[in-house]
Structure formats: structure tokens, C-alpha cells
Design a protein around this ligand. Structure first.
Ligand code: HEM
Length: 148
């Protein structure tokens, strides 16, 4: 995995100064664009959840050069997400919402390069989280790069 570490870290600096705005954008857009995931958060304190999400993103950004720490943490997070009712297909919804929230926070600083860096990073995060979660094979999303 060769992620654009400097670009990811510098672009996340802006989000760090606007954490509440970022998490509000994130969950507002997630529920507007993908209402099917709203029931998963039916009993969730959304203010606390926003903080947890932000902290975990900050952890990822701060540990991009430490693949072992990233891998252990994200596999564990992926395992716990099974209990929250999260399915593999939900990851793509959260991914596009994450990019949208970042683009809203960054404004003109959100360039095609930045978008690509985050898109690659999110794909790597998803892969690690899913590798920590044993979903039945019938609900796993087929890898488009694999020939059937
Ligand atoms: C980059 C991917 C993701 C990150 C970094 C992330 C982060 C987190 C964190 C830190 C928590 C707090 C609980 C814990 O640490 O176990 C959490 C809980 C949760 N996440 Fe995620 N998550 C991700 C993907 C998803 C996806 C794809 C969904 C599906 C819509 C989702 C839905 C939930 C739910 C329902 C909870 C439990 C809320 C509760 O406690 O009531 N997450 N997530």
C-alpha cells in the first residue's frame, strides 16, 4: 500500500480545526443519501458517535507510517462493526460520504489529487476492517479485479 501520506495529513489539518462541522456534515449527508443505514444508529448518542468517528479518523491519519498499529486497530474495529449490524455493502456508502464531508470542509483545497489520496486511503481502511470481520461469503462484495 503506498498512500499519499503528506497529502492526507495536510488535508486533514483543516478538518481538525472544524471537527463538529465535519461530523455534522458527515452524518447529515450519510442519512440523507443513504437512509437505509439510519436504523443502525437508532439507539446511538450521535454527539458521542461523531467524536468517536473523528478520533478514529485522526488515529488513521496519525499512524499512516505505522502499518502494524493501523492494521491491528482497524481489524478490531471491523470485527466490532459486525455487532453494530454493518454489512460490507455499507462501507462504500460511508466512503462516499466521508469524501463529501471532507470536500465540504476543505473547499478549494479539495483537489482531484486530494480526492484520489482519500479514495485510496479509504479503500485500504475498508480492506483492513473487512479483513477483521468474518462475513459469510455470500454477502461479501466480489472483487472486480478478480477474474471469475
Ligand atoms: C472508515 C470506516 C469506519 C470507521 C473509521 C468507523 C468508526 C467507528 C467508531 C470509532 C465507532 C465507535 C465504536 C467502536 O470503536 O467500536 C463506530 C461505531 C459504529 N459505526 Fe462505524 N466506522 C466505519 C465504518 C462504518 C460503516 C460502513 C457503518 C455502516 C453504516 C458504520 C456504522 C457504525 C455503527 C452503527 C456504530 C455503532 C454506534 C453505536 O454505538 O450505537 N461504521 N464506528
Amino acid at each position: 500500500m503506498s498512500l499519499k501520506i503528506e497529502l492526507l495529513q495536510s488535508s486533514f489539518l483543516e478538518a481538525r480545526t472544524r471537527e463538529t462541522e465535519f461530523t455534522t456534515y458527515f452524518y447529515t449527508n450519510l442519512f440523507a443519501d443513504f437512509p437505509e443505514v439510519k436504523p443502525l444508529f437508532a439507539n446511538t448518542n450521535m454527539e458521542a458517535q461523531g467524536k468517536k468517528l473523528f478520533q478514529s479518523l485522526a488515529f488513521v491519519v496519525d499512524h499512516l507510517s505505522k502499518p502494524d498499529a493501523l492494521s491491528n486497530t482497524l481489524k478490531g474495529l471491523g470485527t466490532r462493526h459486525i455487532q453494530y449490524g454493518v454489512l460490507p455493502s455499507h462501507y462504500q456508502m460511508v466512503g462516499s460520504t466521508l469524501l463529501k464531508a471532507l470536500s465540504l470542509c476543505l473547499g478549494e483545497a479539495w483537489t482531484p489529487n486530494t480526492e484520489q489520496a482519500w479514495s485510496e486511503a479509504y479503500a485500504a481502511v475498508t480492506q483492513l476492517m473487512l479483513s477483521g470481520a468474518e462475513y459469510p461469503s455470500e454477502i461479501l462484495i466480489p472483487d472486480p479485479n478478480l477474474k471469475q
